[in-house]
Design a protein around this ligand. Structure first.
Ligand code: ATP
Length: 548
């Protein structure tokens, strides 16, 4: 077992044991891709959503060149008129190609199934050849350095992990065959490691489909079929085509559909943003990596409306500057809540990955322990005027904006920072997970104080001798202001351990000395250090330390 798999297993076990995350409907064997948050998890996720709403909507940052802008929120229905999803392109295009194993019935995203044939060669190909090869295979040139780093002195099959990294952790089967068995080919894939390898081009992409077998059991796979990711239901009594509706696969469309309502009712002026957080549903083919890819999840999305380039006067903030601004704001927000810079990576989507209407998109990625490659937490996209234009065309309603100062009418350009509340919650949990063998309770969660589900605990050392009488009023005072817990059971070591696992930053303990000099101990979660303070200062001390 690799070290990171081991860490992930420990995290999952702790989350279950301490009530952060449970499998949905576990008593009936669960259901793939659905998760429940327990008492600690739901507080953590609530703190995350509140931090986002507070920092992005109620008190948004100041824009480039000192431009202040308004942000407002909406909370739209999950089921909308299905025409919304025709306009957005989800009915026609929101699908993944999928293949089923005829034997074991496992289902795969066909673009994640790539069989690689490597053959050893003497000549090192040119840099440009490598790039075009990797573009073709993985759609990202970032793979080059990873491949170059592959360990020397190994056989082609040993490069599996490096290749998987390069392919973004996709399912890869690796087979080596002698060069003499190959038909004529062009060189398209290689690894430097003292030995050089190539991959014949006819084995890339669709031409490989006939050679693939199930990576699980070796069984035959069906041809790829488009699989729409939207959950379908019926509205009304009759289950007929005219009553088909969908659970929303993203919150963004509720914002676009209400663009006019918000403009007319809130007197917002461009540039401004509309935010929404709420549930979204996608019938993902392979839900995996714990809550990372779920079928029901929560999004935190902003649609930010600004002037397109052609309407910007000299010195005004351009759409690309707004896009850069939001990208930086969002990365810094993750850092401000405790994600380490070295675990975060902004990755610009390549031309091939960009949607046809999108001018630029950065994925903000986080290095989760379950993968060697950072994975998407949020996408910050420059979407041009695509969405509003689509809704104007499909609904026949005017989606333009009239600028009273310049007397110009135009369709606003949209910048979209689209984040996942569950993915960030998982990143926060992974980042917080700490293990220190020298501690009495080695596992502890180093949550940022703002996100910690419980901010303080109050313990009478023993549940007698007048100690509860001192502890209870302290607890009652603290819990008026911060989520707090009172615990008088078991040894003090066990109580600290429980709070360490919950990630509680401070524990106040009332002991024999408290009766003599009115002091209590405060224990700091991160270094387990203890100091004594006057019992009247507990709340004030917490406020200073948490700076909340
Ligand atoms: P991915 O490529 O990982 O499927 P995506 O690019 O389809 O994600 P978007 O449509 O841009 O994702 O959705 C915006 C955000 O919503 C993502 O950055 C992610 O945080 C969250 N999200 C999307 N799909 C899921 C999912 N299945 N489970 C949990 N969160 C998700």
């Amino acid at each position: 077992m690799s070290q990171s798999t081991d860490v992930m297993e420990k995290i999952v076990a702790l989350c279950r044991r301490r009530g952060f995350i449970f499998g949905s409907s576990e008593i009936y064997g669960g259901i793939g891709g659905f998760w429940d948050y327990g008492p600690l998890g739901c507080e953590l996720k609530r703190n995350i959503k509140e931090a986002w709403w507070s920092d992005m909507v109620r008190n948004p940052p100041i824009g480039p060149k000192g431009v202040e802008f308004q942000m407002v929120g909406v909370d739209c229905s999950i089921i909308m008129n299905p025409k919304v999803w025709e306009a957005s392109g989800h009915v026609g295009g929101f699908s993944d190609p999928m293949r089923d194993c005829k034997e074991c019935k496992l289902r795969y995203r066909s673009d994640y199934l790539i069989k690689i044939f490597l053959v050893q060669v003497d000549e090192i190909p040119k840099e440009s050849t490598i790039h075009s090869a990797l573009d073709k295979i993985a759609g990202k040139t970032a793979a080059v350095s990873l491949l170059v780093d592959a360990a020397p002195g190994t056989s082609a099959a040993d490069h599996g992990p490096a290749i998987k990294r390069a392919m973004g952790a996709r399912k890869v089967q690796i087979v080596t065959i002698p060069q003499s068995d190959m038909p004529p080919f062009s060189l398209i894939y290689w690894i430097i490691d003292g030995k050089n390898y190539f991959m014949p081009s006819q084995y890339v992409g669709t031409s490989m489909k006939d050679m693939l077998n199930c990576p699980n059991c070796g069984g035959e796979l069906t041809d790829p079929r488009a699989f729409n990711l939207m959950f379908q239901t019926y509205v009304g009594a009759l289950q007929e085509a005219s009553n088909i509706a969908y659970l929303r696969p993203e919150t963004a469309q509720g914002i676009f559909a209400n663009f006019k309502n918000v403009m007319d009712s809130s007197r917002v002026k461009i540039p401004f943003g509309i935010a929404q957080m709420g549930k979204a549903f996608r019938n993902e083919i392979n839900p995996r990596n714990y809550t990372f890819r779920s079928r029901e999840f929560e999004q935190m999305e902003i649609e930010f409306f600004c002037k397109g380039d052609e309407f910007c006067k000299a010195g005004e903030v351009t759409p690309i500057e707004w896009w850069e601004f939001w990208r930086d704001v969002r990365i810094n927000w993750y850092k401000s809540l405790g994600l380490k810079s070295e675990h975060l990576r902004p990755r610009n989507q390549t031309k091939e990955e960009l949607a046809h209407y999108s001018k630029a998109c950065t994925d903000i990625e986080y290095l989760f322990p379950f993968s060697d490659e950072p994975q998407e937490l949020e996408g910050v996209a420059h979407r041009g005027t695509f969405d509003l234009t689509q809704h104007q065309t499909h609904s026949g309603k005017d989606m333009t904006y009239f600028d009273d100062e310049t007397r110009e009418r135009f369709t606003p350009t949209v910048i979209e920072p689209s984040a996942g509340a569950d993915r960030f919650t998982l990143a926060v949990i992974c980042e917080a997970y700490s293990y220190d063998e020298s501690r009495a309770s080695p596992e502890f969660m180093r949550f940022h104080p703002r996100l910690a589900p419980i901010k303080a605990a109050v313990f009478p050392l023993v549940a007698k001798d007048g100690l509860p009488e001192i502890a209870e009023p302290i607890y009652r005072e603290i819990k008026k202001h911060f989520p707090a817990q009172y615990d008088a059971k078991q040894s003090i070591g066990k109580r600290y351990a429980r709070m360490d696992e919950a990630g509680t930053p401070f524990c106040f303990t009332i002991d024999g000395q408290s009766k003599e000099d009115s002091t209590v101990t405060v224990r700091n979660r991160d270094d387990a250090s203890q100091i004594r303070i006057d019992k009247s200062r507990c709340l004030e001390y917490l406020r200073e330390q948490l700076r909340l």
